[in-house]
Design a protein around this ligand. Structure first.
Ligand code: HEC
Length: 167
């Protein structure tokens, strides 16, 4: 029974007057817009942030950025080195996403902007390492450093230098 219902409905839609067809288009368009929005809203359902901001630094951000800074200063000598640099840049980029999750986000404005800036700068570094482009990697390293500092300035230490204050 229901196997026949669908084709019949499609035929009906094809022969509908223009106004009714426009309505169909609207219904479908609304569905197309609404479904991705709903999917976005539920995208973080089930995600459970575990690490504090400090722990996220100790586990991911600090070691990954150290590795990227080192590769940016001293161009990797072989494919393995470039791969390692790219992987650490990817870890760093994703750690920027993690900074935005749950109670780690200190607000819905500056914090998100700085975290996203870290994602972008680290993604640049990953792309540079992928292309084995030392110049681009050095530029991305500089961009990363300024994202670290621009978040620490308001949210951590009100202007103390990033270096030498790790503990
Ligand atoms: C979105 C904001 C933000 C970004 C981006 C950010 N940090 Fe931090 N960072 C913080 C905050 C806040 C703390 C203090 C955490 C605490 O002690 O609770 C911190 C602490 C640190 C610490 C001290 C960790 C410890 O064990 O006490 C280091 C080192 C550090 N950041 C390095 C970096 C580096 C390197 C980058 C860039 C690659 C970076 N941070 C990017 C916000 C940020």
């Amino acid at each position: 029974m229901s196997e026949h219902a669908a084709p019949i409905r499609v035929d009906a839609a094809r022969t509908l007057p223009l106004a009714a067809r426009t309505l169909w288009v609207r219904v479908i368009a609304t569905a197309l817009i609404t479904v991705p929005l709903a999917a976005q809203k539920t995208a973080t359902t089930g995600v459970r942030p575990i690490a504090s901001v400090k722990q996220l630094h100790d586990a991911m951000i600090t070691p990954a950025s150290d590795a990227v800074f080192q590769a940016a200063g001293e161009t990797p000598a072989n494919a393995k080195g470039w791969d390692a640099a790219r992987n650490q840049a990817l870890v760093l980029a994703e750690s920027g996403n993690l900074l935005m999750l749950g109670s780690r986000a200190r607000d819905n404005a500056g914090w998100m902007k700085m975290s996203r800036a870290l994602v972008d700068a680290a993604a640049m570094a990953a792309a540079a390492a992928e292309k084995k482009d030392g110049k681009a990697l050095a530029a991305a390293g500089d961009a990363i450093t300024s994202t670290c500092e621009s978040c620490h300035q308001p949210y951590r230490d009100r202007g103390r230098s990033m270096r030498g204050n790790a503990k």
